[in-house]
Ligand binder design. Structure first.
Ligand SMILES: Cc1cc2nc3c(=O)[nH]c(=O)nc-3n(C[C@H](O)[C@H](O)[C@H](O)COP(=O)(O)OP(=O)(O)OC[C@H]3O[C@@H](n4cnc5c(N)ncnc54)[C@H](O)[C@@H]3O)c2cc1C
Length: 363
């Protein structure tokens, strides 16, 4: 029996594990169906992961990128929220077990738990490097950075701080760039007693370029932008070990130890251990398919469509916000776009359906 539930006996009970983009979209897509939904998450809030690096580098606050999951109920009465971490599942008994001792029965189960960090077995990485998947992890990075800066401000203004970001994908490039902007633009105001030249930002990437999946022109643009911001870019360089005081890197010249006060791990994702362990071949793809098969094809189609639309909207909004901020910082002026004259032969487009629902405010 689900704790705190009042599901009617005849309505199917759908349990959604994970209140990320996928889980929320699944719940929203089922709002007009004759079902009861329990959304389970280990946090009481949804996290907008694409902007975690802004929290880590102190240009946004945690509340700016999180959203209270129970607020879903404001607009949807067939969903309820349960806080807890799912620690095991019994598909024969159709129950999931939570770390707080609760057992939740389901008729249909949706697993939308997202991905987690892949340390690729690099010694010391899990212990000493900071991943960026959760609000708490972003705050840990931010706290450690400020602890170093405050220490330098009190105990030694000549003290060196090196921040190393591992991985030249989108997250690593964004994070290294944001640290560099914090040092170049914000520090002269907020830490006037420190010389920004004593704070070093290093980005380590084992490939010969950053942003591997992107067009070569964009990779080159990103490379130049990082160098322009005085990021120490180490391409063709692999991290061999992470220690509590730095990382051992290797390139064609051999191995080198880079002292660091803060290491951010932005390199690779994998499925969470518990979910992988439950899949016969250990693959994430199988896990994803199995969770889809668990719900009716009608729901699957709408859910997937919704996921794509919602994810696209979130990412577009986030990227537009970042671009606008960067443009403001670089003094780029908006270019006016001419509005075409209306065509008198064309019928006016129908008005979008009105809704009293609106968009919930972030918590
Ligand atoms: C730093 C960063 C930057 C990114 N930038 C971009 C970008 O610019 N553009 C883009 O398209 N994508 C970006 N992404 C990827 C995007 O954020 C993810 O693809 C998206 O969040 C995946 O959504 P999801 O619902 O599958 O998982 P998630 O958003 O990870 O949600 C999973 C949820 O499951 C919960 N959960 C996990 N395990 C359990 C458990 N055992 N019990 C209960 N709850 C659990 C978690 O608390 C979480 O709320 C970025 C990701 C990161 C980390």
């Amino acid at each position: 029996m689900s704790p705190g539930t009042n599901q009617s006996a005849h309505r199917p009970h759908i349990v959604i594990v994970g209140g990320g983009f996928g889980g929320i979209t699944a719940a929203r897509q089922l709002r007009r169906q004759n079902v009861d939904i329990t959304l389970i998450d280990r946090h009481t809030y949804n996290t907008f992961q694409p902007l975690l690096y802004q929290v880590a580098t102190a240009s946004l606050n945690p509340g700016d990128i999180t959203w209270f999951l129970r607020a879903l109920r404001t607009y949807q009465s067939n969903v309820q929220f349960l806080k807890g971490t799912v620690v095991s599942m019994d598909h024969d008994a159709k129950t999931v077990q939570l770390d707080n001792g609760a057992h939740v029965e389901y008729d249909q189960l949706v697993i939308a738990v997202g991905a987690t960090t892949n340390f690729f077995g690099v010694p010391g990485a899990a212990e000493h490097a900071h991943p960026l998947y959760r609000r708490s992890q972003a705050l840990a990075v931010r706290d450690q950075m400020f602890a170093h800066l405050e220490d330098a401000a009190i105990n030694g203004m000549e003290r060196e701080l090196r921040i190393i970001v591992v991985g030249g994908g989108a997250t690593g490039v964004e994070t290294a760039g944001a640290f560099a902007e914090m040092r170049n633009i914000d520090m002269p105001t907020t830490y006037p007693e420190l010389d920004p030249a004593h704070t070093h930002i290093t980005l380590v990437e084992m490939l010969p370029h950053v942003l591997a999946p992107f067009h070569p022109n964009l990779r080159e643009y990103a490379r130049k932008s990082l160098i322009k911001r005085s990021v120490d870019l180490r391409l063709n360089t692999a991290v061999k070990e992470v220690r509590d005081d730095g990382v051992v890197v290797e390139n064609e010249d051999g191995q080198e130890f880079l002292q660091a006060g803060l290491v951010v791990w932005a390199s690779g994702i994998t499925a969470g251990e518990m979910w992988r362990a439950r899949m016969p071949d250990g693959s994430l793809a199988y896990s994803f398919l199995q969770s889809l098969i668990a719900i009716k094809p009608f729901y699957v189609t709408r859910w997937l469509g919704g996921c794509l639309i919602l994810t696209g909207m979130f990412v577009m909004a986030g990227n537009m916000w970042i671009s606008a901020r960067n443009a403001r910082r670089e003094g780029v002026k908006p270019v006016p776009v001419p509005i075409p004259e209306p065509d008198p032969n064309q019928h006016p487009a129908p008005l979008p359906p009105t809704s009293s629902q609106g968009t919930p405010e972030p918590a």
